[in-house]
Design a protein around this ligand. Structure first.
Ligand code: 5AD
Ligand code: SF4
Length: 432
């Protein structure tokens, strides 16, 4: 069968779509990137906010109309929504053929094959807190950057977050399997590898912690750049900072979700750190790696957030000056603790606060990029620039898109450039 996968949400979902592609490929299915050719359409979904779910429901309902002209077409849902809503998804989408949860992807080939013989709706959402899909190697969709999943699940239960319920308990993959996979992908040409997990800093497999895993990864000759997401401030140890600073391949780039700058709200979020602790880590990181780019996630309008508490978040963002911030309006998720709080912040206030954060970060990001003018950076060239055929585009170690004059012979190479201009969120350089 020809199978088309549409992916929503975080990098973990991107990696899971690659895993699913590999599983299906191994069973003689064909992954296609043209939806018109598909016999089966799979939506890999995200539940983190209501908006993410609504968007997918809309998309699925749109694609259902294809069944009028292509009677055999099957449409299914995998990922966090599949896990959260299970069979209930069927009621939201007339004509949905299957729902498969995050721990049951090995069953997908069989489910799909069976559907063409017996077209009854099929659902597999049993939780398996041990599943790490060992021995399966994702089919990478990128050309230069590869995700390597090092752990699955989350035990943190931040009070707003649905992930621990959809992705189950935290479990780490064996060290050797991870090292082998990094070795494999980098030998194939993926020189920039991102280690993935909901909370990579709590990685632990037979007494190998995350810092040790980074040390081991740093020794792999074929890889050039190592990144990781996502880090939890409560678990980011001095040891990890030290390893980051002293490992040539580990990039000066960190995503560290702050969520709020107010201690009372952080407590109600069950985050396990204070604003002071967060600020301290940022200071340590910048001391150890002056060039580090730090990005973050912030939630506006968490239940009970007062104007003063919001202002503390705003002030801390303004003080820290992240390279980029992903800002979100709080979205209640059924089943989480925060959804039951009785002091929900009205929608219009959440929106107003969100807008303030967006405006602030835009100013900061512009300034941060301007500050890079004059610097020399090494760019991993990925493609010809979208805007001009005479230019190429790639990323710096601190994950900034940079364009500069050049041709396709540079693609896949590491090139030193001097930054001469900053246009919004893109740097412009000149080859040295
Ligand atoms: N509402 C708004 N934002 C949320 N996030 C997680 N859950 C929610 C929610 N219920 C945000 C957090 C997290 C990011 C991936 O999504 O900031 O870090
Ligand atoms: Fe959600 Fe918190 Fe786990 Fe991140 S660490 S996935 S925000 S519960």
């Amino acid at each position: 069968m020809n199978i088309f996968i549409e992916t929503y949400g975080c990098q973990m979902n991107v990696a899971d779509s690659e895993l699913v592609s590999s599983i299906l490929n191994d069973h003689d299915h064909n992954i296609v990137d043209d939806i018109d050719r598909a016999d089966v359409i799979i939506f890999n979904t995200c539940s983190v906010r209501q908006h993410a779910e609504d968007r997918v429901i809309g998309r699925i309902n749109n694609e259902m109309s294809r069944k009028q002209t292509k009677k055999q077409l099957k449409i299914g849902v995998i990922g966090c929504m599949a896990q959260r809503l299970g069979e209930n998804l069927k009621d939201k989408n007339n004509g949905l053929d299957f729902v498969v949860g995050v721990d049951q992807y090995k069953k997908l080939p069989e489910i799909i094959t069976n559907l063409f013989e017996n077209p009854d709706f099929s659902s597999e959402t049993i939780v398996n807190n041990k599943e790490v899909y060992e021995g399966l190697y994702p089919l990478h969709t990128g050309k230069f950057n590869a995700f390597v999943t090092i752990m699955r699940g989350c035990n943190n239960f931040c009070s707003y977050c649905i992930v621990p319920y959809t992705r189950g308990r935290e479990r780490s993959r064996p060290v050797d399997a991870i090292i082998k996979e990094i070795h494999n992908v980098s030998s194939k040409g993926f020189k920039d590898v991102t280690l993935l997990g909901q909370n990579v800093n709590s990685y632990n497999y037979e007494n190998v912690n995350f810092a040790e895993l980074l040390r081991k990864a740093n020794k792999i000759e074929t890889v050039n750049r190592i990144r990781f997401v996502t880090s939890h401030p409560k678990d980011l140890s001095d040891e990890v900072i030290e390893v980051m600073a002293n490992s040539e391949k580990v990039c000066e780039h960190l995503h560290l979700a702050m969520q709020s700058g107010d201690n009372e709200i952080l407590k109600r979020m069950n985050r396990g750190y204070t604003a002071e602790h967060f600020y301290n880590i940022v200071q340590k990181l910048r001391q150890a790696m002056p060039q580090i780019a730090i990005t973050t996630d912030i939630i506006a309008g968490f239940p009970g957030e007062t104007e003063e508490q919001f202002q503390r978040t705003f002030d801390l963002m303004n003080k820290i000056k992240f390279d980029y911030a992903f800002t979100f309006k709080y979205s209640p998720r059924t089943g989480t603790k925060a959804a039951e709080y009785t002091d929900q912040v009205p929608e219009e206030i959440r929106l107003k606060r969100l807008q303030k954060l967006i405006d602030l970060q835009q100013e900061i990001t512009l300034q941060k990029y301007q500050d890079q003018i004059g610097m020399t950076k090494k760019i991993y060239v990925e493609k010809i620039s979208k805007k001009s055929k005479l230019e190429v585009a790639g990323k710096s170690r601190d994950f900034k898109i940079t364009v500069f004059p050049g041709d396709k012979s540079l693609i896949g190479k590491f090139v030193k450039v001097k930054i001469v201009d900053a246009m919004g969120w893109t740097l412009r350089g000149e080859m040295i």
